[in-house]
Every structure is written in structure tokens, then in C-alpha cells.
Write a protein that binds this ligand. Structure first.
Ligand SMILES: [Zn+2]
Length: 296
């Protein structure tokens, strides 16, 4: 096997492993470099035409800087064209008008067919244009890997529905959870951590995830990669399949920032062994660190 192939394989091996910390990355990198160095020395005896070795290191550093600074644009980011950005804006506004009709809570669990029906039924919302529908459909079925998001797809059909009988609206939170495992986990957390723990985001159906992702991409001037570093693209959110977010009562928007780790709620979660990250620090999924996200 030539050195390039081996380097690539070693890097892929690294990229596919969940990493707990920078220390782990450095340790693996050090081992990898040792192996590569040996190969390099060996191969030098047979050929003098070897490319520089720094490429993979630069790649990893570049990657880590992206997810450690999830609000900063990057030179490789994928941006929407001006034409598509205008469509994104009209879609975001239409979803917003749908939310005004159905209410914040219910908006979390409506499906795409519901959204279409509402858009036809209420002149205040207005029908989705053909261009908007094409944009929405293309975005849903696009491989999010192209933006740099490496998580697994959770929903495969844009028309996927959430069964009303399988969900429970958690009082005073405006959020829903799936009955069974999700709800049991939330109740267990409430019991063990106490009243200060709150549900900050539960089930998100196709429409809700579309709205959140597109609203973020709109705020980032159509930078889809930047949006995907802090929010799963439509179809890729684990909030559609049972994960949920928690926070500390009274901590507001800071519950969705790394400041959350300083709260009593997080400290208690950690102490009691509840912290099992979906998106841990320096993960290889292309997503920022999310200590508030509860993985099922
Ligand atoms: Zn989450």
C-alpha cells in the first residue's frame, strides 16, 4: 500500500472514531505521526518524490477550529446563491406565519402535509410557491455531508408524520416528548435533579427543524455550513427520534451555550452519571459541543 493511501486510511480511521477530548486527538495524532514518520523514512530509501506530511494535521486543526468556533464563517463554507437566499427568506416567513396559526407548541409536531394544508387554507399564510417547494424538497433530500455535517439521517421522507397517540405535551414547557423511553428519561431526570431542571426543546418534526435550520441559515446570510455546525439540517435531527434538550430554570438562552456547564443542573447531571453526549467536545460529526442535549 502506498503512503498516501495509508495516510488517508489512518485519517479516516481517526475521523470515524468518537473522540472524548483534544487530548485523545493529540494522542492519536502522535501515534499516527510516529507510524507515518517510520513509513516516510523507509520509503525515502526507495523514492525521493514524496509530498509534504503536514496536510492531514492542517486538516484536523482546521476542522477543530470550525467546530470550536461554530459562529464563525470558514473559507470552505457552502453558501446559497442570491436567488436561493431570496427563496429561503420567503420560506422562513411562511413557516413563521404557520407558527402564528398553529401556536408555538403544536408547531413542534406538525408534519409537512399539515403545513401545506394550512398554507392553502389561510390567506394570511399564503400558498407555498413552486420555487419554495422545490427548494424545500431539494434541501430535505440533499446529503448534509456536503455542508460538513456528518451525523446520520434520522428521517427519510419529507412527509414523515408524528403519531399524536405516541406523544405527550410536557406541561408548562411548550414542548412534546415521545411517550415511553424519552418521557421516562425526562421524568427520571426531574426526580433525580429536581425542579430546577427544565425541558428546553423536545420533539421536532420536519417542519420545526426546517424552520429552525433555515432561520439560522438566514441569520448567517445563507451560509448553510455555518448553520449546520450548530443545528442539524432537516431530516438529520435526533429530536425527531427521541433526544431532547434540558436547561436550568431561569438561565434563559444561556442554556444553549457552553455556559450551561457552569449551572447546578449540569453539575448534578454529571455527578449522577447522566451526561452521555450526542455531540461531545471535539466530536467528528461537524457539530459544536452540546452539553444540554440528552441522548437516548
Ligand atoms: Zn438538542
Amino acid at each position: 500500500m502506498d503512503r498516501r493511501k495509508l495516510t488517508k486510511l489512518l485519517f479516516l480511521g481517526l475521523a470515524l472514531q468518537p473522540l472524548d477530548s483534544v487530548a485523545q486527538v493529540i494522542q492519536i495524532k502522535a501515534t499516527r505521526m510516529k507510524i507515518i514518520k517510520n513509513i516516510h523514512l523507509h520509503r525515502l530509501e526507495t523514492t525521493k518524490k514524496l509530498p509534504p506530511l503536514q496536510d492531514d494535521d492542517a486538516h484536523i486543526k482546521d476542522y477543530l477550529s470550525k467546530i470550536r468556533h461554530p459562529n464563525r464563517p470558514h473559507k470552505d463554507d457552502i453558501l446559497l446563491s442570491e436567488h436561493n437566499f431570496a427563496t429561503l427568506k420567503s420560506v422562513v416567513n411562511r413557516f413563521l406565519r404557520i407558527r402564528q396559526i398553529v401556536g408555538h407548541g403544536h408547531f413542534c409536531v406538525i408534519d409537512f402535509d399539515d403545513a401545506l394544508k394550512i398554507s392553502k387554507q389561510y390567506p394570511k399564510v399564503g400558498r407555498f410557491s413552486k420555487r419554495e417547494l422545490t427548494f424545500i424538497e431539494e434541501l430535505f433530500y440533499k446529503d448534509a455531508n456536503c455542508y460538513g455535517f456528518k451525523g446520520e439521517r434520522q428521517l427519510f421522507n419529507i412527509t414523515d408524520r408524528i403519531d399524536d397517540n405516541k406523544i405527550y405535551k410536557v406541561p408548562y414547557t411548550g414542548n412534546y416528548l415521545f411517550k415511553g423511553e424519552s418521557l421516562a428519561k425526562y421524568e427520571e431526570l426531574k426526580k433525580d435533579i429536581g425542579e430546577k431542571l427544565i425541558l428546553t426543546s423536545g420533539i421536532r418534526g420536519v417542519v420545526k427543524q426546517f424552520y429552525l435550520f433555515l432561520a439560522k441559515a438566514y441569520r448567517y446570510n445563507g451560509n448553510m455550513s455555518l448553520a449546520s455546525r450548530s443545528l442539524a439540517p432537516p431530516g438529520y435531527s435526533y429530536h425527531a427520534t427521541g433526544d431532547f434538550d434540558v436547561g436550568q430554570k431561569g438561565f434563559g438562552g444561556a442554556n444553549f451555550s457552553t455556559k450551561f456547564v457552569s449551572t447546578q443542573v449540569f453539575q448534578d447531571l454529571a455527578k449522577q452519571g447522566y451526561v452521555k453526549y450526542r455531540y461531545q467536545k471535539d466530536n467528528m460529526l461537524g457539530v459544536r459541543y452540546e452539553p444540554w442535549h440528552i441522548k437516548l
